[in-house]
Write a protein that binds this ligand. Structure first.
Ligand code: SF4
Length: 414
């Protein structure tokens, strides 16, 4: 007689680390009879995996948790839990302030979920928010929902303590999985037909398992299956070594896309931020990576741009916030406009070129079109013809905007 499996619904906010953590949570709960559902209304267990990087991320999570109460009204048996960085930062206040919340579990305590859920069904609301110096979940098989691209957390935590950032307080100290455990996982993913692997870490290039550094890891992962594209994020300028840059250049299947936060173009601000590098050092790295004011000088293909959001308990919180909101908005709009022009300019240079894309999914605009990505991470839209998700196809670029290339399939599958 088939076992009655319960349903788990997880809503994930924030960075790719949280996306990968949700797959670990689904893997842990799969082991105790929970199957994922995309419908909160069907779920026995509803979890919100949260982000604390900026205040509005937390406000959105609070809002979402209160919206989920309708499911508890419909079925009082339903359990609601808060996971991730906000759970770690706010801890018991989440339970004290909100009688909707049955569980509060931090990023290093997901193994305890089955027991906490069991206790919560018995009426005992649970909290587990201890940070670990060793936890890597490397023996847990994430329950992956995407069959093309896989995320692998190769390390957890951050030791950099940038003065504006909560991550070291919500995700603890840096610890890296062994190179062997990661390469074994990549072999399994290759056998399962995955086409792209992204290695994740708060500071992925400070990976070190005691024997091997990140350049060694990237090389070994790339050599498992050369038909798999390898990506990684997020890097820190301080750990971008010549060895790493050479390893990227030497392997065709390591994507030529580097996400390298600059944070500020001013050495005075970089010092206040405790970023441990100067703008000269950063620009020097860029010269090595791409033989070029920072945005105008660097000509990034794309950029993540946000207003500063003071975070409690960070050193920057004590420095106060002396920039009026309207000035922040003005400055942010200025760099967004400049970056849009630069991205459009760079994309325009690809018109008439043929680019190789990994076909990822149907276009959300039209079912006649497919969406793929170049190894430089450029979104590319093209008419479907005989292309299939998971294939590498060549596309001739016909037009573009700042964010997307538009083109037609080039005859023949790669
Ligand atoms: S490097 Fe700095 S900004 Fe990035 S996660 Fe660590 S403390 Fe935060």
């Amino acid at each position: 007689m088939s076992e009655h499996r319960k349903k788990i619904y997880v809503e994930t906010y924030g960075c790719q680390m949280n996306v990968a953590d949700t797959e670990v949570v689904l893997g842990v709960m799969d082991g105790v009879g929970y199957s994922p559902t995309n419908e909160a209304a069907e779920a026995d267990l509803i979890l919100v995996n949260t982000c604390s990087v900026r205040d509005n991320a937390e406000q959105r999570a609070h809002q979402r948790v209160s919206e989920l109460k309708e499911h508890k009204r419909r079925n009082p048996e339903v359990l609601i839990g808060v996971l991730g960085c906000m759970a770690e930062r706010l801890r018991t206040t989440l339970i004290e302030k909100n009688n909707l919340v049955d569980l509060v579990v931090g990023p290093d305590e997901y193994r305890k979920l089955p027991k906490l859920v069991e206790d919560a069904y018995a009426g005992q609301r649970g909290i587990a928010v201890k940070l670990s110096r060793v936890e890597n979940y490397d023996d847990i098989t994430p329950l992956r929902t995407d069959g093309i691209s896989a995320w692998i957390s190769v390390m957890r935590g951050c030791d950099k303590f940038c003065t504006f950032c909560v991550v070291p307080f919500t995700r603890g100290r840096e610890r890296s999985r062994t190179l062997k455990s990661i390469v074994d996982e990549v072999r399994k993913l290759s056998a399962q037909g995955f086409k792209e692997i992204t290695l994740l870490g708060q500071n992925v290039n400070s990976y070190h398992d005691g024997e091997y550094d990140f350049a060694d890891l990237l090389k070994n992962v790339a050599e498992v299956d050369r038909t798999i594209r390898v990506r990684y994020m997020t890097s820190h300028p301080k750990d971008m070594s010549d060895k790493l840059i050479e390893t990227i250049a030497r392997h065709d299947n390591i994507c030529k896309y580097i996400h390298l936060p600059v944070q500020s173009g001013s050495n005075r601000i970089l010092k206040l931020m405790n970023r441990t590098y100067t703008i000269e050092h950063y620009l020097g790295l860029m010269q090595k990576i791409r033989p070029l004011g920072v945005l105008k000088e660097m000509k990034y293909d794309g950029a993540f741009m946000f207003k500063y959001s003071p975070r409690e308990n960070t050193k920057a919180w004590d420095m106060g916030d002396d920039i009026p909101e309207e000035v922040k908005v003005e400055r942010l709009n200025e760099i967004i406009k400049l970056q849009e022009e630069i991205s459009f300019d760079l994309n325009r240079q690809l018109i008439g070129e043929t680019v190789e894309v990994l076909v990822e999914r149907d276009s959300s605009r039209s079912s006649d079109d497919l969406l793929g990505r170049t190894d430089t991470n450029k979104k590319t839209l093209f008419p479907r013809e005989n292309a299939k998700v998971g294939e590498y196809r060549r596309v001739k670029v016909e037009r573009t905007n700042a964010h997307t290339l538009f083109g037609k399939l080039f005859p023949g599958v790669n």
